[in-house]
Ligand binder design. Structure first.
Ligand SMILES: O=C(O)CCC(=O)Nc1ccc(C(=O)O)c(C(=O)O)c1
Length: 462
């Protein structure tokens, strides 16, 4: 019998790119009814009859997480993959202890300052499975009044037992790359069971590339597998051609900034921008490096936000890093998302794209856990022979030709007359809005006491 698609299923299939923002409380409902999901929607029974799930993340409120599952799923096996160590790990175990169905798996973090930043869900149903890759921590605040990104896979059907398991991958090698990412966690019985489950599902309908980061000093064949060099490799093979995107700017939008070096030529405008401006390696045409535009909230964006200054607790840009890299400010633009009703929903989403000068077209688009830091994207070492990454990250890359065979570009605003482009739901407004002369980037560890925030409070970090 052809299973009647529940309204939600229609909803997912109706979004050809499967790219959603999280619902925001306190904005007109119109902006939460299309292309917006809450965690309860993702875990709802209308998505499938859950058998077991896995949650990869950085921060967990376990009792809150259990409450987000429908009551009938709250005792299903749940694997939590985290990077907590020492006291944080003890706290996590104390909070998980009373749930016999919850197993904890600690991702190895042998490199200093590395974090398990990846945010991903595996949802196994009785009729298939879904993969969800997103940007929100598993805590109430991350799903309440922030702008967060969520990619929800189509329902991946189980392969028939007689089908050979080499079937079932997509034009973007989604399953192969996902298994390779999981392999980097090393030997954990529960994760290995999930790898086997993934091998048993047909993921040929996945239209996105995986862009992952795993801690390590990656050399040789592994050098292009992770971080910004994975992006470079994918764009070399499947990216736009140089003539189309000549002089198209690159845009980076993120919720935190690492230590980028004393000048743009240390990392930002050299290896990192070079990867993001990679084009199909057909022509030998040496392209000039494109303009880089960055989006990071200014103090006023945070002060006026729905949460007020406390939104800045999730924007951990430190004065220590900021004062070493004043040049960074010259790239900055404000957080504005009027088109999605989210100008006051502080961004925790991270997105990267290449956009036409008239802001009409996108050549590609990434939503990821990766902030603007070497820890996340990796930095060359030893004369560019290895890529040093500190953290686990995961994101998805949308490339027009992989979404639809002859599609060359995504279009951004209004209706595009030419048939060969598809509307992409940008999370933020174009054209970008510069900082004013008095605007400063939000720094989370200094006080703001001259103007109260939307809640009438000042910000006095200890
Ligand atoms: O790492 C750096 O270079 C600076 C410090 C930093 O960024 N820390 C951090 C930790 C957790 C999360 C998270 O929410 O998972 C985020 C985020 O996503 O903004 C950021």
């Amino acid at each position: 019998t052809s299973e009647k698609m529940s309204p939600y299923e229609n909803y997912i299939e109706a979004a050809p790119l499967n790219f959603f923002l999280t619902k925001v409380f306190g904005i007109p409902n119109h902006y939460n009814s299309s292309l917006a999901v809450g965690i309860k929607d993702i875990l709802s029974a209308s998505m499938g009859n859950l058998i077991s799930s896995a949650q990869f993340n950085y921060m967990f409120d376990i009792p809150w997480l259990v409450q987000q599952y429908p009551e009938q799923f709250r005792s299903k096996p749940l694997l939590i993959i985290h990077g907590s160590q020492r006291a944080d790990k003890t706290t996590l175990h104390e909070n998980a202890h009373r749930y016999p169905n919850i197993t904890l798996c600690q991702a190895k973090l042998d490199i200093m300052y590395g974090t398990h930043h990846s945010k991903m869900m595996f949802l196994l149903y009785d009729n298939g499975m879904r993969v969800v890759i997103h940007t929100a921590n598993i805590i109430h605040n991350d799903w309440y009044q922030k702008t967060q990104g969520v990619w929800i896979s189509p329902l991946f059907p189980k392969l028939a037992s007689d089908q050979d398991l080499s079937q079932g991958d997509s034009v973007t090698q989604f399953r192969k790359d996902l298994l390779e990412y999981l392999g980097a966690y090393g030997t954990n019985k529960h994760l290995q069971e999930w790898q086997e489950t993934i091998r048993q599902h047909d993921m040929s309908s996945a239209k996105v590339f995986i862009i992952g980061s795993v801690p390590g000093r990656h050399t040789g064949a592994s050098k292009m597998k992770w971080g910004h060099l994975k992006l470079r490799k994918v764009l070399q093979e499947h990216g736009p051609d140089g003539s189309t995107v000549k002089d198209w700017p690159v845009i980076g939008q993120f919720s935190s900034v690492g230590s980028l070096g004393s000048g743009p030529e240390n990392w930002l405008s050299s290896e990192w921008l070079e990867s993001l401006s990679t084009v199909q390696a057909n022509g030998i045409v040496k392209l000039s490096k494109p303009k880089l535009n960055l989006i990071f909230p200014c103090v006023e964006n945070v002060r006026r936000s729905l949460e007020g200054y406390p939104a800045g607790a999730s924007l951990p840009y430190s004065i220590k890093n900021a004062r070493k890299q004043q040049y960074f400010n010259t790239f900055l633009h404000q957080w504005r998302a009027f088109s999605r009703g989210r100008s006051r929903a502080s961004p925790h989403i991270k997105t990267y794209t290449r956009i036409s000068p008239d802001a009409q077209y996108l050549a590609w688009f990434i939503v990821t856990s990766a902030n603007l830091s070497k820890a996340a994207w990796g930095a060359y070492e030893k004369n560019n022979s290895q890529l040093f990454i500190r953290s686990y990250e995961i994101g998805v890359l949308f490339v027009p030709s992989k979404v639809e065979e002859n599609l060359k570009l995504f279009n951004v605003q209004g209706v595009d007359s030419s048939k060969d482009s598809m509307l992409f739901p940008l999370p933020w407004d174009v054209p970008l809005t510069s900082y004013t002369q008095t605007d400063r980037p939000w720094l989370w560890d200094i006080a703001y006491t001259d103007k109260p925030d939307s809640q009438g409070n000042m910000w006095c970090p200890s």
